[in-house]
Design a protein. Structure first.
Length: 209
């Protein structure tokens, strides 16, 4: 009799445990199937902060990205980098509505330059000396590809960007004000800081309604 009672008791405990495990599993499935509900309307504007190599708004900056149609937006903003203040304006075309997914863009960037900068640089005589010079203003055309991901329950976005930045203005990139003439290597090194060449950047956009 005791063996029968014990068997029945163990069976009831086992059924109770199985029922609890099923309830937990059902709850986990419900949570997993739950989708993020986003606002019905897309943002009227995004405020973006970004950084990177040859970034649109230099080493650190921000921009205003304003949708003008379902798949197109215009963007503009300032930043600060190695060639002083950088001003950017461009347009982007997206592959998904509400300005998501992949996007391609083209824009212009203007670097204001810097007067009376001074560094120890190599001269044509092979020695280093303190040279005073101006970084002349530069204008670049930018060709870009973006990939956007949603962040949170609203239409905030994280993105990565790649592309190419090409100077379009002529003339000397720097004007030397003192010291012996700079070596070709020193001039090349200074020119490389204009923020030209490959673009690789990351940023976050905050949707504004």
């Amino acid at each position: 009799m005791k063996k029968i009672a014990l068997t029945v008791l163990m069976g009831m405990i086992g059924m109770h445990v199985q029922a609890q495990e099923k309830n937990i599993s059902d709850e986990n499935d419900t949570v997993a199937r739950k989708t993020i509900v986003r606002p019905d309307k897309c943002p009227t504007m995004y405020i973006t902060t970004s950084t990177g190599i040859n970034n649109n708004t230099a080493l650190i900056g921000f921009s205003f990205d304003v949708p003008v149609s379902k798949y197109v937006s215009v963007e503009a903003g300032p930043g600060a980098g190695t060639w002083n203040t950088k001003l950017y304006a461009g347009v982007k075309y997206y592959t998904k509505p509400c300005h998501r997914g992949f996007a391609i863009g083209v824009g212009l960037a203007y670097c204001t330059g810097l007067n009376h900068d001074q560094h120890s640089l190599e001269t044509i005589y092979g020695n280093n000396e303190s040279i005073l010079y101006n970084k002349n203003p530069q204008t670049n055309v930018l060709f870009m590809v973006y990939k956007y991901w949603d962040i949170g329950k609203k239409y905030n976005r994280f993105y990565v960007e790649s592309g190419w930045s090409t100077p379009i203005n002529g003339g000397d990139k720097i004007t030397q004000l003192s010291g012996d003439p700079l070596s070709e290597d020193a001039i090349s090194r200074l020119g490389s800081s204009i923020q030209q060449g490959p673009i690789l950047a990351v940023g976050i956009s905050f949707g504004i309604y």
